[in-house]
Write a protein that binds this ligand. Structure first.
Ligand SMILES: *Cc1c(COP(=O)(O)O)cnc(C)c1O
Length: 473
């Protein structure tokens, strides 16, 4: 492809993007294809001769789009959002054009230094104290693994990296029963073992009970084990429950245990200062993670990991073989030493575009709009006779179920709600996901898409009610 062709094809691609954004509500939100349907359309062998972009783009429309679940549709209420925004998309295009691999300062000083600045901006935006230092990771899963590995190395005086686990006490990690699966995965990968992850009981708001945590720690100490790390949740995945961060921080300090705060989704809420009372005590934590790639309008992937003891982090991960040694090593950050991967994408650019183009106030306005819409939906459910909430709504996730007047067993009720969700999702008009709370099949609706507005929420609520009542009739 020569530069002339690139320019004319790029113009067409951009016009394709604009029309996709404009028409996104016309697509079924959840892809309706059956397993294997898309693969069956792709030739089994690659083309030997060059193909023109026109033909490839036609196949994007015909072969790929039918198999896309439209995360950017304002009728996408499932999981947690993975928001794009227009400035973020433009930044990703520039990042791709530059094509830099940003493992070391020297491999693109601007990438490293913009990352430093963006992490300082983000830290200020969410109100974290200045003794936290940030680094971008690919996902919260990776950041949490980094936290547990760093805690492990610090606690073992960096011995486990050198010698393996020989002669070490059993290390124990604590979280609540509502923990995200990435923590289960991290303890496996870190060599701690799933059996040494204690899942502490939660209260009626699905938040960790601090006294139960302390009890578990004491029991482990009594048994000769070494409490290593507590992972608390600021916004669980099931219901955005908020663990009592301050009480957990106090316990962590008392027993000198690493305290990692998993705020993967809800951390973004802290950009609005009125939510910061919920995170009191975070100043005592050791590390904190949140995902601008979920709710902060920044394309996947972009995770902000903040840590106090950067030396421990770097001592855990740094490796400098001869071929990576540079003159500036003592005065710059080489972010390859701040995590697992060597090669790194230039992710700070999209943060820079998003934060500047929205402005902090623009982001706050969006977030507050989401909270208001969620509150509206919550009130509708509270006022309704045959729907009820299954968890508090501290932010913008509403957990509820349908229960018709007649008395039904839990099992029948759960089957009915599962059928309701599947019918709604198969309609293509909206997409939501579920969880289980207290044994109930729970519909989860997150009002957090970049472009969602009141009309979408109102229409979704109408459709949910209508569909539920036809199902049960
Ligand atoms: C989404 C989520 C994660 C995992 O995030 P990834 O970036 O996809 O790894 C971890 N913890 C919580 C609470 C989450 O909501």
């Amino acid at each position: 492809m020569d530069i002339k062709e690139f320019e004319s094809e790029a113009a067409k691609v951009i016009s394709w993007m604009s029309s996709y954004f404009e028409n996104i509500e016309n697509f079924p939100v959840k892809s309706p294809v059956k397993p294997g349907e898309i693969k069956a359309k792709i030739p089994t062998s690659p083309p030997q001769q060059p193909e023109k972009l026109d033909g490839i783009m036609k196949d994007v429309d015909n072969q790929i789009l039918p198999g896309i679940t439209h995360w950017q549709s304002p009728n996408f209420f499932a999981y947690f959002p993975g928001n794009k925004s227009k400035p973020s998309v433009l930044a990703e295009m520039i990042t791709a054009a530059i094509g830099a691999q940003c493992m070391s300062w020297i491999t693109s000083p601007a990438a490293t230094e913009l990352e430093e600045s963006m992490m300082e901006w983000l830290r200020e935006m969410i109100g974290l104290p200045e003794d936290f230092t940030g680094v971008i990771q690919d996902t919260a899963s990776t950041a949490t693994l980094c936290a547990i590995l760093t805690a492990r190395e610090k606690a073992s005086n960096f011995k486990i990296n050198e010698e393996g686990f020989y002669g070490q006490k059993k290390l124990i990690v604590y979280s609540s029963e509502q923990v995200h699966s990435s923590i289960d995965k991290a303890v496996r990968i870190a060599g701690i073992g799933s059996k040494n992850l204690r899942k502490i009981a939660v209260d009626d708001k699905f938040a960790m009970i601090p006294s139960a945590l302390e009890e578990a720690i004491l029991k482990d100490i009594e048994n000769g084990h070494q409490p290593l790390c507590i992972v608390s949740a600021f916004g669980t995945t099931s219901s955005t429950a908020i663990d009592p961060i301050e009480e957990i921080s106090n316990i962590a300090q008392k027993y000198q245990i690493w305290h990692h705060v998993d705020a993967a989704y809800a951390g973004t809420a802290l950009i609005c200062p009125e939510y910061r009372t919920l995170i009191k005590g975070v100043e005592m934590a050791d590390s904190f993670v949140f995902n601008p790639h979920k709710w902060m309008f920044t394309n996947f992937d972009c995770t902000a990991y903040f840590v106090k003891d950067t030396n421990a982090l770097i001592n855990t991960f740094s490796m400098t073989p001869e071929y990576l040694r540079t003159r500036e090593d003592t005065v710059v950050n080489n972010y390859r030493d701040w995590g697992i991967q060597l090669g790194r994408r230039f992710r700070a650019l999209k943060l820079w575009f998003v934060i500047r183009n929205f402005g902090v106030q623009g982001i706050q306005q969006k977030l507050r709009g989401h909270m208001e819409m969620a509150t509206w939906l919550k009130q509708q459910i509270e006022a309704s006779e045959d729907f009820s909430l299954l968890a508090p709504v501290p932010l913008n996730l509403v957990c509820f179920h349908y229960h018709p007047e007649k008395p039904l067993s839990k099992e029948t009720l759960n089957k009915l709600n599962e059928k309701l969700m599947q019918t709604l999702n198969d309609s293509g008009k909206l997409f939501m996901s579920h969880t289980k709370l207290n044994g109930y099949f729970t519909l989860r609706m997150v009002i957090g898409n970049t472009d969602v507005d009141e009309r979408h929420v109102r229409e979704a609520w109408d459709l949910i009610q209508k569909t539920a009542r036809t199902l049960s009739a």
